[in-house]
Design a protein around this ligand. Structure first.
Ligand code: ADP
Length: 484
């Protein structure tokens, strides 16, 4: 079995080979827990990206000809390779990203689960025979892989965000050029090692690191790339959508969120608190489905704030490698400053800090788990994604009022609400303009269910039986001249 240091590759993976960027230029990678450099990766640009795209296009010719069973077997082997290396992959992930080791192990497990799911889906890409309006013709509908796929992923889930893209792409018969985030490139590059272990042919999966603008520019303008799948911020998603327009690529976008978490008077308080902690503080609040706004009905407001703050105080901040730690560092100093700004803005507008509110005594990129009561719609976090361990708690009176407030955002990814009333559960869930709804549950992501947003949170779905459709083209074939 490989160790984490064997999985940590300081080169790019192009056409089945580990290569440097032109001129050997590199950029450092830092452990956010300590600020220490843990290595370097190539600073690739358009030239290397073009080579990776050419390799993916060449590999597509043979790869698309494999049977579904052959593709499924490769993906099963890939899933096995991931689970065989779950511990060292988690260690690598925590080292570059900072999340607690248990969360990193969970993420790596999710990666294997996505790959296995799509190994299974590879064999279920069905077509149709459509009743023909003509006696002497038959109508076939088949599905074909779109071709070369470009995948750009963020740093918050550096392993599983790629799994959601590599899995359906390879299952559909597509080949891939992936660009992981520069804060967390090693978990991305490790996919190259895993692909080698699983016997995936050279060129089917390529991974480049370096200048986001140059790599992204090539991936979006090169006409050999037929699809872009992106997870990241809404502004970059919009930019990439514009860049893809000229060559009319298929696109999937998983963008920002502004998740409301609603607690009605009739909710099970303990359950709601437990769900709020999980939905808010996982990954130090750095997920696009993390609670951004907690809305609590008047009758239960004070009790909820107290119980929530008490539970928040039990969170343990520290290095992801230390036993018992539940919250690691934020990813970089900008992220910490942004949370500080949200706190200052809220306090200046009447918000009350119940717990936390400042950088953690450990220093560095650690921030105290924070609860702010008396939050109002005029505060910045009502509209902007926090992406940090800060939970604003808003008070509301009626169901209509809270549904309106929850929907009053350009985002529409995840939302959560807690109630003991079945009628309310159905009414509210149908009115919320969100792609994912958790009723009495704060953690709902699974490979078997569709993940994706309404409104400016995205285009397309990942995971589930729906997730493969974005990697397929529909072909209509008309067979004529069948009659005498
Ligand atoms: P985050 O806030 O998660 O860092 P970003 O949208 O900035 O969100 O980053 C997500 C991914 O998009 C990363 O891999 C990043 O390098 C990439 N990215 C950022 N800017 C661009 C760009 N102009 N073109 C292509 N990719 C980009």
């Amino acid at each position: 079995m490989l160790q984490w240091s064997d999985l940590k590759r300081e080169k790019n993976f192009i056409a089945g080979e580990w290569v440097d960027a032109a001129g050997g230029v590199t950029v450092p990678v830092v452990d956010p827990s300590t600020g220490e450099q843990i290595g370097t990766v190539p600073n690739a640009g358009a030239t290397e990206t073009r080579r990776a795209i050419d390799a993916a296009a060449a590999a597509f010719e043979d790869y698309r000809e494999l049977t579904a069973a052959e593709r499924a077997k490769m993906l099963r082997d890939l899933s096995t390779a991931i689970m065989d290396h779950q511990a060292p992959l988690a260690e690598l992930l925590t080292r570059e990203q900072g999340k607690p080791l248990a969360e990193a192990k969970g993420e790596v497990g999710m990666s294997a689960a996505y790959i296995l799911w799509f190994a299974e889906e590879a064999r279920r890409i069905y077509g149709d025979v459509v009743p023909s309006p003509w006696k002497q013709r038959r109508i076939l509908v088949t599905k074909e892989p779109v071709g070369v796929v470009a995948a750009i992923t963020p740093w918050n889930f550096p392993s599983s965000m790629l799994a959601r893209k590599i899995g359906p792409a390879l299952a559909a018969g597509c080949t891939v050029v992936a660009k992981p985030a520069m804060q967390t490139p090693y978990s991305g590059l490790a996919w190259g090692v895993l692909a080698e272990q699983a016997g995936i042919p050279a060129g089917v999966l390529n991974i480049v690191t370096g200048s986001a603008r140059d790599i992204g520019g090539e991936l979006t303008s090169n006409s050999l790339v037929r699809k872009l799948t992106f997870t990241g911020s809404t502004p970059v998603g919009k930019l990439l959508l514009r860049q893809c327009a000229d060559s009319v690529k298929k696109v999937s976008m998983e963008l920002g969120g502004n998740a409301p978490f609603i607690v009605f008077d009739d909710a099970d308080l303990d359950r709601a608190v437990e769900g709020a902690i999980a939905a808010k503080f996982r990954n130090a609040g750095q997920t696009c489905v993390c609670t951004n706004r907690v809305y609590v009905q008047s009758g239960i407001y004070d009790r909820f704030v107290k119980a929530f703050a008490d539970a928040t105080l039990k969170l343990v901040v520290g290095s992801g490698f230390d036993a018992g730690v539940t919250q690691g560092p934020l990813i970089d100093d900008d992220a910490v400053s942004k949370v500080e700004e949200f706190v200052a803005d809220a306090v200046s507008k009447g918000g009350r800090i119940v717990t936390g509110g400042k950088r953690h005594a450990r220093g560095g990129l650690f921030f105290e788990p924070t609860v702010i009561a008396q939050a109002t719609a005029s505060m910045k976090f009502a509209r902007e994604e926090i992406f940090g361990p800060l939970a604003p708690v808003f008070r509301f009176e009626t169901e209509d009022e809270v549904v309106r407030a929850a929907n009053d955002t350009e985002y529409g990814l995840a939302c959560y609400f807690y109630t003991g009333d079945l009628g309310r559960a159905m009414r509210v869930s149908e009115k919320l303009e969100y792609g994912l709804v958790g009723i009495n549950e704060g953690l709902i992501t699974t490979e078997v269910a569709p993940f994706g947003g309404y409104k400016e949170s995205g285009v397309g779905r990942e995971g589930s039986k729906y997730g493969i459709e974005d990697y397929l083209q529909v072909k209509y074939t008309c067979i004529g001249g069948l009659g005498a």
